[in-house]
Design a protein around this ligand. Structure first.
Ligand code: 13P
Length: 284
């Protein structure tokens, strides 16, 4: 099964399930995510954001993610999340990532379109998919500058999708990266309007902290890819603390296992909510 293009994974998603895209920062997290996908018989997207590369250089982590995807028995795409620079996008493509995001959402619309088009032309040479962003998702993924939420306009989304021809479109509908300080105001009304106007598969960022009902509302109304990062980092960190508490003489390998288990549990939980159980059969 193994390494696939992200576009193929999203193409099968309908209003009953969405493909989970899980951020990983090391081999242990990738192993945990793959174990969850295999147990759930679910497709998987492994991703790393440019804002996290300070801790996990792409030249080192990228090949690990790709090897993990090739080894995984379920269809798995490897994706660069929130690519900010052409250099990083080019590096991901050269390493063999099957998908890249270019996040030009902080640029004026014209500039975002122009820069995203360049990325689409480059990715095409590698046979990789491209995700773009329009509007502004709140918060920050790692070292990214923190952004305020700017809900995606239907007209801008339509124009952006038509002109750039991206394979997936991240929309801002009230979510933010990181843990929510207050309950997010999800704009399902706007999601429905964008979905009616745009054919491109839509992506939900800022998945951590949303309820099962929120996820179901989103996937029933056009979201085909859901990003989860902070919840896996938190779950792995909590597992390390748990191991340390239960076993004061825990060694390095106990903690390394804890990272895998924490991510495994979180990925599996979200795959169940996203309706992914058994969905790998759609890709045979
Ligand atoms: P969270 O960290 O809120 O889960 O967001 C993940 C994300 O959208 C990655 O791009």
């Amino acid at each position: 099964m193994s390494l696939v293009n992200m576009k193929e994974l999203l193409a099968k998603s309908d209003s009953t399930f969405a493909v989970g895209a899980f951020n990983v920062s090391d081999m242990e997290m990738a192993m945990g995510a793959i174990k969850a996908a295999e147990e759930m018989h679910a497709p998987l997207i492994l991703q790393i954001a440019e804002g996290r590369l300070r801790y996990s250089p792409l030249e080192l982590l990228g090949p690990i993610m790709l090897a993990a995807a090739r080894q995984c028995k379920m269809p798995t795409a490897v994706h660069l999340d929130h690519g900010r620079t052409l250099e990083t996008v080019r590096l991901a493509l050269t390493l063999g990532f099957t998908s890249v995001m270019f996040d030009g959402s902080h640029f004026p619309l014209e500039e975002n379109i122009a820069k995203t088009k360049e990325i689409v032309a480059l990715a095409e040479k590698f046979g990789a998919s491209v995700e773009g962003e329009i509007g502004s998702i709140g918060g920050a993924e790692g070292d990214m500058a923190s952004a305020d939420i700017k809900v995606t306009s239907v007209e801008e989304a339509k124009r952006f999708a038509e002109e750039t021809k991206v394979d997936a479109l991240a929309v801002a509908i009230g979510t933010a990266h990181g843990n929510y300080k207050e309950t997010p105001n999800l704009r399902i009304d706007r999601l429905k309007e964008i979905h009616a106007a745009v054919d491109t598969p839509l992506v939900l960022h800022g998945g951590t902290g949303l309820t099962a009902e929120d996820f179901h509302n989103c996937l029933a109304n056009g979201i085909t890819k859901i990003n989860i990062a902070t919840a896996s980092y938190d779950s792995s960190a909590a597992k390390i603390k748990e191991v340390h508490k239960a076993k004061p003489d825990a060694n390095y390998f106990d903690f390394s296992d804890a990272i895998s288990v924490g991510t495994y549990e979180n990925v599996k939980k979200h795959m169940e909510i996203f309706g992914l159980k058994g969905k790998s059969k759609l890709y045979n």
